[in-house]
Design a protein around this ligand. Structure first.
Ligand code: ZN
Length: 144
């Protein structure tokens, strides 16, 4: 996944450990980086989820490092492709991601149905939070 930097160069997507306020460590955060001007930014589709996660962390006592990919469905999918994908593959990174997003959404919808059947509200909330992380990306793709 690549994106233009304001300096005109292409930025590459990578995963980094981010430390907030010197205390809160969130690892495997998807970040666009520019090698030319050292500019970097968090993947826009997960920015608000990262902020949410940080405020959740602040409510608890910080105890070590947490993984963003464990809390965020989109970051999890991107991380999986990022580790396995190589440039000689015929499918593009984006089309693989789109395909996996659809599969994950279907899986989560099935789970949601199961949670609804047994009336587990907490689980239903957790699943719809994860669904919205994916649908944000899918919606942006359809608009562009
Ligand atoms: Zn740049």
């Amino acid at each position: 996944m690549r994106k233009h930097c304001h300096c005109g160069q292409m930025m590459n997507l990578g995963f980094r450990l981010v430390i907030f306020e010197g205390i809160y460590e969130i690892d495997r955060v998807p970040i666009y980086e520019c090698e030319d001007c050292s500019y970097y930014e968090v993947l826009p589709e997960v920015k608000s989820d990262l902020t949410d996660m940080l405020s959740e962390l602040k409510k608890k006592q910080p105890n070590g490092r947490v993984y963003f990919t464990e809390m965020n469905e989109l970051a999890d999918l991107i991380f999986g492709i990022y580790r396995q994908w190589n440039r000689t593959e015929s499918a593009s990174f984006e089309s693989l991601l789109e395909q996996q997003c659809e599969e994950r959404i279907n899986l989560l919808l099935d789970l949601y149905g199961g949670a609804k059947n047994i009336g587990d509200l907490e689980w239903m909330n957790e699943i719809s939070k994860r669904l919205s992380q994916l649908s944000k990306y899918v919606k942006n793709r359809q608009l562009s």
